[in-house]
Write a protein that binds this ligand. Sequence first.
Ligand code: ADP
Ligand code: F6P
Length: 334
Amino acid sequence: MFEIPKFKTTKKAVKRIAVLTSGGDAPGMNAAIRAVVRTTIAHGAESMGIQRGYSGLLEGLIHPMVPASVANIIQRGGTILRTSRCPEFHKASGRKKAIQTLISQGVEGLVVIGGDGSFRGAKLLHQESGIPVVGIPGTIDNDIPCTEDTIGFDTAVNTGIELIDRIRDTASSHDRIFLVEVMGRHSGMIALHTGMGGGAESIVVPEFKTSISSICESIDRGARRGKTSSIIVVAEGCQFRGVTPLAKELEKRGYSTKIAILGHTQRGGSPSAHDRLLASTLGAVGVHALLGGVKEGMVGVQGSRIVLTSFSKLSARPSGLPAEMLDIARNLAV
Ligand code: ADP
Ligand code: F6P
């Protein structure tokens, strides 16, 4: 259970709060939208929804939300508000249009559910408009500084493990080596967690270099003790740039492999219990922060505490993947 921060209620309470989702969709975003809308209304403020992230904000795609607008969505993947990547938002002229929408609609607080890119945009939006903006970390990658967890990561890992279990049936029936590529952009968090949870023989991540010879050694070591199949989990952002170039390298050394790219299958689907709880809590606390007079920052998780961190502290890369966990995973595959 989480330790929830308390925000003092201000005299000049925020009366209208809008919410948008931005960047890659993540399972649990709907639970977060639901929490933002209902918490806003429960505190006597008005709720607005913005369609298609920053693109929709530029285009004025904003509408009122009522409790029924978010009924029956806690179990649904994706985002009912839809999402986008918006190149125009990188330019001050694009953000000016977005600010005009917020001002003309009387929005006094904005909740941005997205990843670190979305928060870079949120920081500028706040700086250039003075409108309070709170971020809720929503990305399967779990790569945002100052929060140990992000909405969607747990579901993506569980989906990855379920798919690896299926692949293992074929790998062991046909004596095959499978290279399974998982998402994560520049982060190896999904690879580490799915690899450990799926009992992979080897895990290749962007944070640490892995030599081809060490991968071959893990396959050979298994073969020496009678293993006839192997699963190697490969993060898309690793030094080989995914499974296809790695398969070619292994082919040159005489290893025949099959590849499976899990891709966007990890982004969709019904959110896990963990992600629903996380999203509901972060969404609610994000609204508490705005109602309590917070001007900017991301609501994240550190240990069991829900904490608010200024957007300006999110520029550094997260402290990263623990090498010790990779060592543990390696030893579990002997
Ligand atoms: P995520 O939020 O999942 O990391 P992106 O990095 O694609 O996804 O960012 C989502 C959107 O946030 C971008 O399409 C853009 O509109 C906005 N954004 C990202 N970086 C910046 C930036 N440096 N300045 C302004 N807006 C940004
Ligand atoms: O950030 C989430 C993520 O799924 C990454 O893991 C992946 O690299 C990227 O988005 C894929 O983006 P797109 O859906 O635009 O192909």
